[in-house]
Design a binder for this molecule. Sequence first.
Ligand code: GLP
Length: 251
Amino acid sequence: MTALAVRRHLTLDVVPDAAAAGRAVAQRIAEQVAARPQSVIGVATGSSAEPVYAALAVLVRDWGLDLGGVLWFALDEYLGLPDGHPQTYREVLRRQLVEPLGLAPDAVHVPDPHGDPDAGAQAYERAIAQAGGIDVQLLGIGANGHLAFNEPGTPFTSRTHVTELTAGTRAANDRFFGHGERTPHRALTQGLGTIAAARSLELVAFGAGKAEALYGAIDGPVDPSCPASLIQRHPCARVTADDAAAALLVV
Ligand code: GLP
């Protein structure tokens, strides 16, 4: 694994594959929890996060990692899906995180898609604040540089809010839906200001489809046209990528 400090507070690890990335990030989460058992961990949905959850499950099963004191906060949730739909992020996290890691379901918070979504957004911000803020936020990156569901142009100061998904993001996520369904148009998402307030960021990116976005995030200007470029200004951010995703980086 190559670790490079690309900015004073931004570290890049280039790893052979997604499984190696999952192990590295899971190890750092385990160290965080060992140091502070009541840690608050922000979790992402999407294929990039899966190797991290798989590696955490191994640490729980084979190494006795105790996650019983941890609170978990999801980045985002679709609006408009029926309760229990397998692609609601609550259900995705139940399958990928809660069950394999043996977590208490109520330790995992997801933005509430029921009722008034603006009220749900504010309640989510309050819940994060009441938990003491997020210690480690796991992030994937969209092919257009989005973080959570903050599409290009979203202000860096934004907090949890309702967002409209771009056609590209919907098309990218259609692969998770079947039977003639499509990705919903709207979601509740942590804002970029919410994400930036986490004490550390762990961004993972795999495959050539993420290379341009990662280039924009690390080597491009810090600008809302590439939401993930906020990592350059964060005091403690780490990017773990495979060779294909890191291929365009200048460092
Ligand atoms: C999704 C999620 C993001 C995720 C990104 C990349 O739409 N809302 O949190 O990081 O897009 O997804 P994937 O990891 O599946 O490529």
